[in-house]
Design a protein around this ligand. Structure first.
Ligand SMILES: Nc1nc2c(ncn2[C@@H]2O[C@H](COP(=O)(O)OP(=O)(O)OP(=O)(O)O)[C@@H](O)[C@H]2O)c(=O)[nH]1
Ligand SMILES: [Mg+2]
Ligand SMILES: [Zn+2]
Length: 357
């Protein structure tokens, strides 16, 4: 059977089953996918094609209907409006997501949703940063999608075997592919991931060639790329907002501005996957609450001393863990403050009504 437009955008039983179970009245609501987020407007696609959309006003207040603001890649239910903006009524549960700390509001902010693979991209001419890859890997394993590591700008590098070996050391099970958007070398290997109806997120510092790779895969200039020659990651972001792009083979790419700021949200499971050997070592320590400082019978210390565990890797683990914890506790504080403010308003309102009675 031919797929309809939404199915080509990745809408499948996972989402349809949610719709079937919803108790809200669904007359006239149709599925849509968010392709870009602007200030208060969304770009989206439905079976009828592309349109702009906005949130139904009351959604801000009614959490039974809306869980959080939709983001790029989200599947939502909209009331179509052929004459203007479609109205977004409901955000469906996500298959996968990236979260970061919105430091202004101190809450979780979801930056991409419903992707199958994450291309963790680093450039071969840039100074090589294993810690950054570990950070991206933790976030990816936490997201629910699978990582693929892409080394870009292959044309600028004669030999990348050292870099490849370093990556394979920290991510033994993750595919590593070297590509050049200029010569096209290595691109064929990507097509098994950039497959029909699948969504891939491109993640990596500014200037490493994410948008150039999108264009190379599309065979046309879809994304603007930086035309001024400058060192990686020093220039300004060329891509300014996240965007979902559909390829001719019906694969989708979410191009992002260099997400160096991808903060650690709750990444406890992700860290457990990336630093599996450290978590195993800690479980063997004599004391269950071992701080791995100077306690006797500490397997982590022993591994650090014997060189089995590098101090660089250990320090990055501690750093990411601390950041994640910080994000989590910040959210708790902000939730508590919000709760307090709400009760203050309610009690003020009650006092006023009492006075009036
Ligand atoms: N030599 C070489 N240069 C490349 C390659 N891919 C991209 N570049 C150059 O790298 C620069 C940055 O490319 P972009 O595609 O804009 O990088 P980006 O990762 O999208 O950057 P942001 O949008 O800022 O996050 C441009 O000057 C490109 O021409 C490549 O495969 N080889
Ligand atoms: Mg870009
Ligand atoms: Zn210990």
């Amino acid at each position: 059977m031919d797929k309809n437009n939404m199915q080509k955008y990745g809408y499948d039983d996972f989402f349809q089953n949610q719709v079937n179970k919803l108790n809200i009245s669904l007359t006239e609501l149709v599925p849509a996918r968010i392709t870009a987020v602007h200030k208060e407007q969304y770009s989206l696609v439905t079976d009828c094609g592309e349109n702009a959309g906005k949130l139904k006003g009351s959604l801000f207040y009614n959490h039974k209907i809306l869980n959080v603001y939709p983001t790029v890649g989200d599947f939502v239910l909209v009331k179509p409006n052929p004459l203007g903006e479609d109205i977004i009524y409901h955000v469906l549960e996500k298959k996968s997501k990236f979260s970061r700390l919105d430091s202004f509001n101190e809450v979780e902010q979801i930056v991409a949703a419903n992707f199958d693979y994450v291309f963790i991209m680093i450039s071969l001419n840039n100074d090589f940063n294993v810690n950054r890859i570990e950070r991206y890997l933790a976030a990816t394993w936490q997201s629910g999608a699978l990582p693929v590591i892409i080394m870009t700008k292959l044309d600028l590098c004669d030999n990348y075997s050292l870099q490849k070996a370093r990556i394979e050391e920290i991510a033994p099970a993750v595919p590593v592919i070297a590509v050049s958007a200029f010569t096209g070398e290595g691109l064929e290997e990507l097509w098994s991931y950039i497959a029909p109806y699948k969504t891939v997120v491109f993640l990596g510092s500014s200037g490493i060639g994410k948008s150039s790779l999108v264009n190379a895969l599309c065979g046309e200039e879809i994304m603007k790329v930086n035309t001024i020659r400058e060192d990686d990651s020093k220039g300004r972001h060329t891509t300014t907002h996240r965007q979902l792009i559909k390829l001719k083979n019906h694969a989708m790419i979410i191009d992002t501005p260099g997400m160096r700021e991808l903060g650690m949200w709750d990444v406890s499971q992700g860290l457990g996957v990336v630093f599996d050997e450290i978590e195993t070592l800690s479980q063997n320590c004599r004391f269950t609450d071992c701080k791995h400082e100077s306690e006797p019978g500490c397997f982590v210390r022993a591994a650090l001393e014997s060189g089995e565990l590098s101090s660089e890797r250990w320090n990055n683990y501690i750093k990411l863990k601390r950041e994640a914890k910080f994000a989590e506790s910040k959210e708790n504080v902000s939730l508590r403050l919000k709760e307090k403010a709400k009760w203050k308003t309610i009690s003020k309102f009650q006092k006023q009504t009492k006075r009036r009675l």
